[in-house]
Design a protein around this ligand. Sequence first.
Ligand code: C2E
Ligand code: MG
Ligand code: MG
Length: 538
Amino acid sequence: MRDFGIRLAYMPFHRATLTLASAGPRPGGGVYSVTDAAGTNGQWSITVVGGLASGALGEALVVGFLVLGIAVLLFLVVRLLARSRQRALTLVDERTKELRHQALHDGLTGLPNRALIVDRVGQMLARTHREPLAFGVLFIDLDNFKEINDSFGHHHGDDLLKAVGERLAAIVRPSDSVGRLGGDEFVVLVQGNSLDASPDIVAQSVLEVLSEPFRLSTMPDVPLSVHASIGVAVGARPDADELLRDADVALYQAKQAGKGRYVIFRPEMQVAVQERLALEMDLREAVAGGQLFVLYQPTFDLASLAMTGVEALVRWRHPRRGVIGPDRFIPIAEDSGMIIPLGRFVLSESCRQAAAWSSSGRVVQLSVNVSGRQLERDDFPADVAGALADSGLDPSLLTLELTESVLMRDADATIQRLQAPRDLGVKLAIDDFGTGYSSMAYLRRFPVDVLKIDRSFVGAMARSPEARSLIHTLVQLGKTLGLDTLAEGIEENTQLEELQRQQCEYGQGFYYSGPVSASAVEALFAPAHIPPHVSAKT
Ligand code: C2E
Ligand code: MG
Ligand code: MG
C-alpha cells in the first residue's frame, strides 16, 4: 500500500454549484470538490493523494472510506461555517439593537428621547380609536437646574439629571413611560389605571418625589434641592405633536405662575401663549418707539434715614395695555435678544438723569440692573463706557447690579468684561443675594462692593428666626469682606428696626419709597428729608 492522505483546501471566491463532484474516481486518487454550503463565496476541495492497492474489494473499501470521510468533513465544514455565520448574524443583530437604542434613547440617562416619546404618544392615540383609554402627558422642567449646573459644574449637573430620571422611573407604573426631552426637561406618559385617580395625583407625586433633597454619590455632603414645574395635558388629540404642545403650554403657565407647581392644560391657555408672542412683537416697537421709561427707587441709610441712592427700574407704557412691569417683559426681552437695546436705553437714560442731578448739586448713587445676556457680549464694557462718557456722569456714582447666577455662569469671561468698568471706578452689587446657590468663594474673586440681601429674607424676618439669623450672618459676612450690605423689600417699621439692630447699613423698600418718577425723587433730595410716615431712629 502506498502513502495515502486527504488534503483539504479552501479557495475563496470560487463560485461553485452545490454538488459533491468527483474528478475521479481514479484508482490512483482524485479530487472531490464541495461547494461552500454556508454561502460564502468560495469552494472547498478535497484531494485524495496517494495510490491504492489494486483489486475491486480494495477499491470499494477505499471509495466507501472516502465517502464516509468526505461526509464527516463536509459535516464539520458546514457546521463551522454555519456557526461563524450565526456569530456574524448575532453581532449584526446586537449592533442594530444598540444603534436603535442610541437613536431612540437619551445618552445620559438611558431614558426614551423625544423621537421615541412622540412615537409612543402616537401609539397611545391610535389605541384610543379602538378602545376607551385615558392617558396624559406630563412635561417636567427643573426650575433651578441651571443654577446648580453653574454652581457645581457639569459633571454634578449630569449626575443630578440621572438621579432625577431614576426617581421618576421609580414612581411610574410599568405601563407608563418616562423620557428626557433634552436639557432639564423630562416627560412622563401615563395611561389607563394610573390616570383613573386623576392627573393631579400623578403630578403631585412627581413634585413630592423630586422635593426630597438629592445626595449625589460624588458629592454626598451637599444636599441638592430641586424644584420642578409641571405642565399636564390629558385626553385625545388629532396627533402626538398637539398633545405634547399642549403640555408645553401648560408648563409655561406653571412657570409663569411662580414655578414649583403643576398646571393642567385648558384651551384658553393657548391664547396666553399667543399673547406672549404678541408682546414680543410689540417689544420691538417699544424700544425704538420711545415707549420705555425709567422709574427710580430710593435707597437709604438705615441709621440716618437719608436717601443715598436710586435704583433705575424700567417700565413699558404699552399703547393698548397701559404700563407693564419688568417682571412681565424682561424675560421676553431676554429670550428675544431685545434686552440688548433695552439695557442700553436704561443705562444711558438713567446715567443722563443722574448726571443732571449731580451737576445741580444733588449727588446720588445710581444702580442699574444688568441682565446675564448683556454680560455675555464683548461690547458690554463699551456700552457702559459710552453711557458714562455721553452723560458725563462720574463713574464712581454708577453701580451695576448683577445676580449670583449671572456671576457664576461663565466666571472668567464675566470677570474680564467687568474689569474695564471697574477700572473706570464703577461699583458692583450682587442683587437678590442669598437666593442663588451662593458660593462664598466667588465673593473673593469678584471685586464686589455691595450685597443686596433679597427681600424674601426681610419679609420672613418677623416669623422666622432662621431668616433673622441668616440676615445677621450676611451682614457680618459683608463686614468681614469690607462690603456694604443693603436690605431689599423693607415694608414695615418693625423690619426697619430689626435691620437697624443688626447693623445693616442700607435699605430699600416700599416703607421708605416705591419706584417713583425722577421729579418725585427730587423731593427727597432736601437735606435730611425723610418720608413723612417713616419713623426716625429714636
Ligand atoms: P430688583 O432689581 O430686585 O428690583 C427690586 C424690585 O422689588 C422692583 O420691582 C421693586 O419695585 C420691588 N420692590 C421694591 N421695594 C419693595 C418692597 O418693599 N416690597 C416688595 N414686595 N417689592 C419691592 P420691579 O420694578 O417690578 O422690578 C422687578 C425686577 O425686574 C427687578 O428686581 C430687576 O431684576 C428687573 N428689572 C427692573 N428693571 C430692569 C432693567 O432695567 N434691566 C434689567 N435687566 N432688569 C430690570
Ligand atoms: Mg436690582
Ligand atoms: Mg433685588
